[in-house]
Write a protein that binds this ligand. Structure first.
Ligand code: ADP
Length: 372
């Protein structure tokens, strides 16, 4: 049981909850965790955890009991349960009215259209004929449950379209000719106070984020300001509390289009633990607990975050000494997860003044940790 006046329920025991605990320790925030299993990433580091089902209202009640505020490691909690919690005096942050937009890509696209936020052309498909009429090539997506490129089909022909539709990928989007992918993050309090982090570049491999560079190199000032403004506008319009990440495409002809957003700490913000005055995890906690937000200023000229994916190394801990002997500048964050091919099992960040040098160090350390 918590004796701290600052306490919080966190639903979901992945690495985001684990890194929230790191920030909670400093702030004296007590976290009670609803975990999917006894050994999941965050359950290893949060003593007050229990194993439960985030789709079961009684388990959600048990997590919320004793703490005013409930927040999330993922966006999959049924909104009707969040409304029930609200009616019983608990405070989900972000609230169900905001979170539904992060749960379903059609709901999200509809809202972005309503807000006039620049987005790829899109439509909902019922048949292969619809897809052909929409225009090939295009991208088909499952509205719910996708992550790391799962649930995204590049569709070049009718057979591709049939395959995607059979997998319930009914959201068609124009295939954006992009120069790169960038991400804008803001933290927001219930009062509306908010801060923006610098806009970053995220580099993907096989649909999975591999590296993040903060700030995005050579991003024009007007595009950077526009990306931050979009994030502020979405946060305000949807009454987001805590962290919001907006992922965007910078098109080859110099425009921004929103790909998607997430209402929680995000992979493209992990660099902030080591490269910003206040990490996204701390500002998420501050935002949802309605505490003054911390400065988001970068603490180094450049930060490079490298995602460690399941590779040749099976026991990452056994590799830490080797990595640090080679690259002492690397800040390593392991998630305590079993190594499976391609799974995100940790990340590391290197900061410094010279981008090429920082990138090279991050890649050297990252590949040693991942592949040996
Ligand atoms: P997820 O929810 O799995 O992260 P996304 O919608 O972010 O799925 O898509 C994953 C990746 O697929 C993106 O990072 C981008 O590289 C590519 N992608 C998604 N939508 C489009 C699009 N409309 N045009 C071109 N590439 C796209």
């Amino acid at each position: 049981m918590s004796s701290s006046p600052l306490s919080l329920a966190v639903i979901g025991g992945g690495q985001l909850a684990r890194m929230m605990q790191q920030a909670a320790i400093g702030l004296g925030v007590h976290i009670r965790l609803l975990a999917e299993g006894p050994d999941v990433s965050a359950a290893q580091v949060i003593p007050d955890h229990f194993v439960g089902d985030y789709t079961d209202i009684d388990d959600l009640r048990r997590a919320a009991e004793g703490s005013g505020v409930v927040t999330f490691d993922h966006e999959h909690v049924p909104p009707e349960h969040l409304r029930t919690l609200e009616s019983e005096g608990h405070v989900p942050r972000p609230g169900p009215g905001a979170l539904i937009h992060a749960q379903d890509k059609i709901t999200m696209r509809t809202k972005l259209r309503e807000l006039g936020v620049p987005s790829p052309r899109w439509s909902v498909m019922a048949s292969v004929e619809d897809v052909v009429a929409f225009g090939l090539p295009c991208v088909l997506k499952t509205p719910r449950g996708g992550y790391d490129g799962k649930g995204v089909w590049l569709v070049r022909c009718e057979a591709d379209a049939a395959e995607a539709l059979a997998a319930e990928a009914v959201l068609a989007e124009e295939l954006v000719d992009f120069r790169r992918e960038i991400s804008a993050q803001v933290a927001r309090r219930p009062s509306g106070e908010s801060v923006a982090y610098v806009v970053v570049e995220s580099r993907q491999e096989n649909g999975v984020c591999k590296e993040v560079i903060a700030p995005a190199p050579d991003l024009a000032e007007d595009l950077s300001a526009q990306a931050q403004q979009i994030a502020f506008d979405v946060a305000e319009a949807l009454d987001v509390t805590g962290m919001l990440a907006v992922e965007l495409f910078e098109t080859s002809d110099g425009r921004l289009l929103v790909n998607e957003f997430a209402m929680r700490p995000h992979n493209t913000g992990h660099w902030t633990i080591d490269g910003a005055e206040t990490s996204q995890f701390e500002n998420h906690l501050r935002g949802v607990l309605d505490l003054p937000l911390g400065p988001s200023t970068p603490s180094a000229r450049w930060s490079v975050m490298y995602n460690v994916l399941g590779g040749a190394v099976e026991e990452l801990e056994a590799q830490v000494r080797t990595v640090l002997e080679a690259v002492p500048e690397a800040h390593i964050h392991l998630y305590g997860k079993a190594v499976k091919p391609g799974r995100k099992v940790g990340h590391l960040t290197v900061t410094g003044d010279d981008l090429e040098g920082v990138l090279a160090q991050a890649r050297r350390a990252g590949s040693l940790l991942q592949d040996g």
